[in-house]
Design a protein around this ligand. Structure first.
Ligand SMILES: [Zn+2]
Ligand SMILES: [Zn+2]
Length: 833
């Protein structure tokens, strides 16, 4: 069964009840979660129940060796993650025989995190788990818990290989929230090919944050990158500092009142209206978002975030280059009276850290921490609102927050927010990891957060009991963001996205078949567990000498560990190490395929929110040397792509054309990178690169148009190549609306005449070896997807194309040629009923 409902709807209770029952009945329970941190939170929750018959324990990389034996022998509620299951528990199943024999329930929590290639790996690990259970005579029930998703039953079936019932009705109480969709204005600045540039979402978010804080509205701003979050906080503080300065210098004297309630600003009176200065929101619309505010007990919706600086951190958690465009440098010069902000900037939150050090033991900081009582021990919080100092400390009411704080620090932060000592907080979605910020009035979301599911989750943070709340989505300069602010119907009354994964990906299946054979030799019957693709992959493994075929089945006979073949969170291949040249410090690693686009020579590289400049990428040595820097531009790698069709798996007519899904071989070469000014988005030109081409076998969706239709378009004077190219860019931008993915997970190729099809063809492919289910989803929802693509282009007010519609920051051809009107005409032809 899968439960797919909003945050704080009671999912934990729904699985804890049968889980505890299973333990009381003498059974065992296996609980899986994507991160160690969530498992630790869950364990605390179970211990708080104080049921002696439940012997719960975490089993992960941090579990000391001595404890592991105890867990195997005595625990009846084991909390772990897919990595441990894959590397340790399944390969040593004999040591776990007592546990497996009595296994009644497998809880797969936060399972929406298992998407794409990582999801495909987890799907195979769960199949291996089912086979091992069968060996010990148990057949546990699988109970999955997910954030709201479209077709959760279908997703759960792909993940587990079992038929799954779905529970999607959410009857938990909720307040009402007004949602505003906000499009920043075009500026006078010019980008690539003279295209107009929009004001950045972070600049708009900073203004809104300051305005809301002045209006006494407790506000949380979600920003994609940590640097972006710090920029928003800095700019909002600078703005508040200006207000405080002009009020104290020219305006009425500061109010001596206790509760922080700033007096009216000179120009605009504070109100709950979120649109003081600045442009009016595009198509504001009010509807109820589903999720209610989260409770502390339920560790909500965290993305798999590696705890601590792990060099093997999955590259997918690195901020994508797209985020760089929202990172802006400090605007210190705007703030005449601003004291050095203690919480932000280059040495982040020093006083916060000091405070932490001053505390003794694990005691919760006292309430006075938030108030920072004058003479006593200085509390850890520098954003306390000193009642007697008037407006000068207005900026102190805004701070930035990021992941990695200790639990006790998070509690202090929660208190400051609750008490009103802190009124505005800018954060990345790190906040999802366990900070309880109930009691907020408004949420600002700078840039489309990727999915409707995460939008509702973030919007659901606003709303005190029984009070109205506000959530503002601020669009970035991107086709998907543009489409959404112009098409509220894409958000309201629509189910959230489906979570996609492809359990048949041969690059994933192969290593897990080896691991399964090493656990228990594979037999004919096992093929049904691993799906239709298994037989073909097994034959290949035998040919490659990885498995041996004997009359009884397939055997792993090699000395090395079969589990080492599957790199479940990585992209495969030897990783490139990212090293700080001045200190030799290893910052992290990037898989080889993405190194060409993320750490090429000259790239601006973000690591845990800090900015670095890549001095040199040495592919042979497997090293990228970086140096700490604060450039005022961001970089986007440009590649040239060639694609050939290996096989067509499915086809059907689409208007006068044909839609296909199949296997392709993609050759990509990163040839240059684009520099764009961070503050304005203005293009600073291209720098050439010298990198070898890379070949990728993956899956793609593509469409073709017959020659007669193409001839008509040509007669009408459209640039055919430019039309197809523009349609491809916009289609890539919009696909994440239909399949949970990032535009950087997919790529495209368009051509007036493709060698394999002999026709005008537009391809969109999965950027991962073997495919990740994204292109397949595009094939299944092609009409809706291409309709949205056309609308996105149509609703952009630019004349000849801009980053909000048909320009792509990663275009290898420098966004040339592009024909906006031609793309509209081409898509209209294709979508003809
Ligand atoms: Zn445009
Ligand atoms: Zn392009």
């Amino acid at each position: 069964m899968i439960i797919s409902t909003g945050t704080a709807s009671g999912k934990s209770l729904a699985y804890l009840t049968p889980a505890v029952t299973a333990c009381l009945d003498g059974g065992t329970v296996l609980y899986l979660t994507p991160t160690k941190a969530l498992a630790a939170d869950q364990l605390r929750g179970i211990h708080d129940l104080r049921i002696t018959q439940v012997r719960a324990a975490c089993f992960d990389g941090d579990t000391p060796f001595e404890e592991r034996t105890w867990v195997r022998k005595h625990a009846n509620y084991v909390l772990t993650n897919p990595d441990m299951l894959h590397r340790s528990i399944l390969p040593r199943h004999a040591q776990w025989s007592l546990f497996f024999r009595r296994l009644r329930l497998v809880v797969v929590d936060e399972c929406h995190g298992y998407r794409g290639v990582f999801g495909s790996h987890v799907a195979q690990i769960l199949r291996r788990l089912r086979r091992v259970c069968a060996r010990y005579g148990s057949s546990p029930a699988f109970l999955l818990a997910s954030a709201t998703a479209s077709e959760p039953g279908e997703f759960a079936k792909r993940l587990t290989g079992l038929d799954v019932d779905e529970v999607t009705a959410d009857a938990s109480p909720k307040g009402s929230t007004t949602i505003a969709l906000w499009e920043p204005p075009l500026t006078e600045l010019r980008g690539e090919k003279g295209a107009p540039v929009r004001r950045t979402a972070t600049a708009e978010a900073a203004d809104l944050l300051a305005d809301l804080v002045l209006a006494d509205v407790r506000t949380l701003a979600f920003v994609r990158s940590r640097r972006g979050a710090e920029t928003v906080a800095l700019q909002a503080r600078a703005k508040l500092s200006d207000v405080a300065f002009s009020l104290s210098a020219h305006g009425p004297p500061p109010s001596p009142l206790g509760p922080p309630h700033p007096t009216p600003r000179p120009s605009t009176p504070p109100s709950s209206d979120p649109s003081p200065a600045g442009p009016s929101p595009a198509e504001p619309s009010s509807t109820e978002p589903s999720p209610a505010e989260p409770r502390p007990a339920e560790p909500s919706t965290a993305k798999p975030t590696p705890a601590g600086p792990s060099p093997s951190a999955p590259s997918s958690t690195e901020p994508s280059p797209a985020e760089l465009c929202s990172a802006e440098p400090s605007t210190a010069e705007h703030s005449p009276t601003r004291a050095d902000p203690p919480l932000l900037g280059a040495s982040p939150m020093p006083s916060f850290r000091e405070g932490t050090g001053n505390r003794t033991g694990r005691e919760e900081p006292r309430d006075s921490a938030a108030g920072s009582a004058g003479g006593g021990a200085r509390g850890p919080l520098a954003w306390a609102w000193p009642e007697d100092e008037g407006l000068a400390d207005l900026p102190e009411k805004v701070a930035a927050y990021r992941a990695g704080y200790l639990a006790e620090d998070r509690r202090v932060l929660e208190k400051a927010l609750r008490s009103g000592a802190l009124m505005g907080l800018a954060t990345t979605n790190a906040l999802e990891l366990g900070v309880d910020v109930s009691g907020l009035d408004a949420v600002l979301i700078a840039g489309w957060p990727g999915t409707r599911a995460s939008l509702w989750q973030q919007a659901g943070r606003a709303g005190r009991e029984g009070q109205d709340a506000l959530a503002v989505l601020i669009a970035r300069d991107d086709p998907l963001d543009t489409y959404i602010v112009h098409h509220p119907e894409a958000l309201f009354g629509r189910p959230v996205e489906a979570i996609v994964l492809d359990p048949d990906n041969p690059y994933v299946l192969g290593p897990h078949l080896c691991a399964a054979a090493a656990e228990i030799p594979l037999t004919e019957q096992d093929l049904t567990v691993f799906g239709d693709a298994a037989r073909g992959v097994l034959d290949d493994l035998v040919t490659e000498g990885l498995l041996r075929r004997r009359p009884a089945g397939w055997y792993w006979t090699r000395r090395e560990r079969a589990t080492d073949l599957a790199d479940i969170r990585g992209g495969g291949g030897a990783p490139i190490h990212v090293v700080e040249s001045s200190t030799g410090r290893l910052l992290g690693s990037v898989d080889e395929p993405s190194s060409h686009t993320t750490v090429h020579t000259g790239a601006v590289y973000l690591h845990q929110g800090e900015t670095f400049l890549v001095e040199e990428l040495d592919l042979e040595a497997g090293v990228a040397l970086v140096t700490s820097a604060a450039p005022d531009y961001s970089t986007f790698a440009r590649d040239i792509t060639d694609i050939s069709v290996l096989s067509t798996l499915r086809s059907h007519p689409l208007g006068p054309g044909t839609l296909h899904f199949g296997e392709v071989e993609v050759t990509r070469q990163v040839v240059s990178y684009l520099k764009r000014r961070a503050q304005s988005g203005e293009s600073l030109g291209d720098e050439p690169l010298d990198l070898p081409p890379r070949t990728l076998r993956t899956r793609a969706v593509w469409w073709t148009l017959p020659a007669a239709e193409v001839a008509t378009l040509a007669e009408e004077g459209f640039d055919l190549g430019g039309s197809a190219h523009a349609a491809e860019h916009a289609a890539i931008g919009l696909l994440p609306l239909f399949a949970t993915c990032d535009r950087w997970d997919i790529g495209g190729v368009s051509t007036e005449l493709h060698a394999d099809t002999g026709l005008l063809t537009v391809f969109v492919y999965d950027g991962h070896e073997g495919g990740a289910g994204i292109a397949e989803r595009g094939y299944a929802r092609a009409r809706e997807w291409l309709t949205a693509t056309r609308q996105a282009i149509d609703s952009c007010e630019c004349e000849r194309g801009c980053p909000s519609c048909i320009q792509s920051p990663k275009c290898g051809n420098g966004n040339e040629p592009l024909d906006k009107q031609g793309a509209l005409r081409l898509l209209a032809t294709l979508l003809r009923p």
